[in-house]
Design a protein around this ligand. Structure first.
Ligand code: MBD
Ligand code: FE
Length: 296
């Protein structure tokens, strides 16, 4: 069978009816997207001669893995692809400069404590060294960004995030804060050293990664949102440049310019990292994307 089969009236009529193309109601953009998505799936089924058993295996994988979709999406590179798309749209619009964006990941929790000054992120005892981070948030002309809020979140020494910790051992908002910055745009915080993240063993993401001959590890990293009046909200993270997975991140979140090598002193480490924001060109750009996020 060839792809010509897709062009038969039986299939084309099915697609039109499935996507509601032949109906007056509904959302026109959603109809067009649904039709193309279905047609793409059908083309893959034909190209690879997918059997009925394989088809239902795939459906069952998605069904059982639904609660891990937030991990599967970065694992298969789709979340990074969205960054590449946004980068390219920016480039086409002549918008360059600033700290590179990179994936948010599925582990942000809204509502973290708001703190000022040299912030301590870690409320739990943790047998590990101290991480110190500091730097400045500036704008496109090098001006200090005023009244920024730096959202920061990272894993503990076992690679687990509070709120999502399978051991249930972390206090709420451990290693999560919103740091309110002043007129100079400077920030500093300290916390217990994060370790790299690994996907839950035997979970859907792990099963998929192994079936693809891959792994599910990320290097040690620290996530950030930075929002400030008049500036475009930045979603980014730094990954430790000396981590074994720094160049082999299952989630494709590591990028040039976001891989500082920590200054190590025994079990402690320090990172100096400056952020540069783009100016917002609309009110929307000062906001967060519409992604669904955990709240606590
Ligand atoms: C993480 O900690 C993360 O940052 C991403 C992107 C995916 C899985 C776990
Ligand atoms: Fe993370």
């Amino acid at each position: 069978m060839t792809n010509d089969f897709l062009q038969t009236p039986a299939v084309q009529t099915l697609l039109d009816r499935s996507a509601g193309i032949d109906q007056p109601g509904g959302d026109a953009r959603l109809k067009a997207i649904t039709r193309d998505l279905l047609e793409g799936l059908m083309a893959t089924i034909i190209k690879h001669d997918i059997t009925e058993s394989e088809f239902w295996q795939a459906i069952s994988f998605l069904q059982n893995g639904a609660q891990e979709l937030g991990l599967i999406v970065p694992g298969v590179g789709l979340e990074h692809f969205m960054d590449l798309v946004m980068d390219e749209r920016d480039a086409e619009a002549g918008r360059t400069g600033g700290t590179p964006r990179t994936i948010e990941g599925p582990l942000y929790v809204a509502g973290a404590p708001i703190v000022e000054g040299d912030a301590n992120l870690t409320s739990d005892p943790d047998e590990t060294g101290t991480l110190r981070m500091q730097g400045q948030v500036t704008g496109p002309d090098g001006e200090p960004v005023k009244d920024a809020i730096l959202h920061v979140w990272h894993a503990n020494s076992k690679g687990f995030y509070s709120h999502f910790d399978p051991t249930g051992e972390q206090t709420p908002f451990n290693n999560r804060r919103r740091i309110k910055l002043g007129d100079d745009g400077r920030y500093s915080f300290h916390s217990k050293m994060p370790n790299g993240y690994s996907v839950p063993p035997q979970g859907a993401t792990d099963v998929l990664m192994q079936a693809l001959g891959r792994h599910g590890n990320r290097p040690a990293h620290v996530h950030f949102f930075i929002e400030a009046p008049g500036y475009r909200t930045l979603t980014t993270q730094i990954n430790f440049g000396d981590d074994p997975f720094a160049r082999d991140d299952f989630a494709f979140g590591t990028r040039d310019g976001l891989l500082p090598v920590p200054e190590r002193d025994g079990i402690d480490a320090g990172i100096v990292f400056d952020f540069s924001l783009q100016r917002a060109t609309s009110h929307d750009e000062e906001e967060f994307s519409a992604r669904a996020r955990a709240e606590a």
